[in-house]
Design a protein around this ligand. Sequence first.
Ligand code: SF4
Length: 336
Amino acid sequence: MSEPAVSEAPLLEVRDLKMYFDVSKPLVTRLVNRMPRYVLKAVDGLSFAIRRGETFSLVGESGCGKSTVARTVAGLNSATGGEILIEGKNLAGLKRKSSLSDIARRMQMVFQSPYASLDPRWRVRDVIAEPIRAYGLAASKAEERAQVAELLIQVGLSPRDGEKFPHEFSGGQRQRISIARALSSKPEFLICDEPTSALDVSVQAQILNLMTKLQDELGLTYLFISHDLAVIDHVSDWIGVMYLGRICEITPKSELFRNPRHPYTRMLLETIPDLKGGRERKPPEGEVPNPISPPPGCAFHPRCAFASERCRRERPELATFGPARVACHAVEEGRI
Ligand code: SF4
């Protein structure tokens, strides 16, 4: 496995993505109370690429901006800056309605809560058939019914389940229905935002196995978002570790678990129990700072055992170390 290269034309490329939110009080309140404007930099200059058929995962603590990346790539947020390219074409440059519709069909999202995509008043067959109708993918009612039945089988349900309503299913089954709906427009690329975090651990494994099986069968490409390294380990080819809106390490999965480089990656790994070695889970040290006023220099420095004076004033940029890219002065200086 090698790092996605430009010549290999990644299916998705994100360049210097920025997503800022103005979280200031209303203008009059600010003027009366002499308050400044506050801008939350939820995503602040993110770049990565995903090759066809691979899974790129973003991991980090709650509030690091990973779900904002997912929603922005899916087109649910308008980026403040940067570019999102599909097969080298900048999405912002696509003007024709047909081109935009084609991208929307090829790129689908699976949400954390299955309720987000399942209308409780609709029978499951209609929930799944809606994208088929919207994109005109079936020539007749009979063909539509056949496609819905096939999708239900593909996700491990029965065609008869199409007659039921979403509330008649368990959480895991509802997530299977969401996946069937996401697949019904015949996409190539799925953006999966914490798709298993609302499920019991045993059900989580079943859904992750299903997603891996579907990827193999259909050649799907995934952008996977999770705070859970065990989930990330299950599905990923490449992993981007996020901290306060930026990537601090991009690495192949095997490297992340065998040879983590960034101090934050190391801290995250210490939070998962080592069942074989008997190591106990260590809670993460310190708290994520307020993203509205992040620390200067390296934003991780208040929690980092390797922080130096340079770390407190100079923000590290990603640089190449072996197969990984890491943003850390201590790694660059050979201190760790
Ligand atoms: Fe720690 Fe400095 Fe590296 Fe930041 S740049 S992770 S503070 S050593």
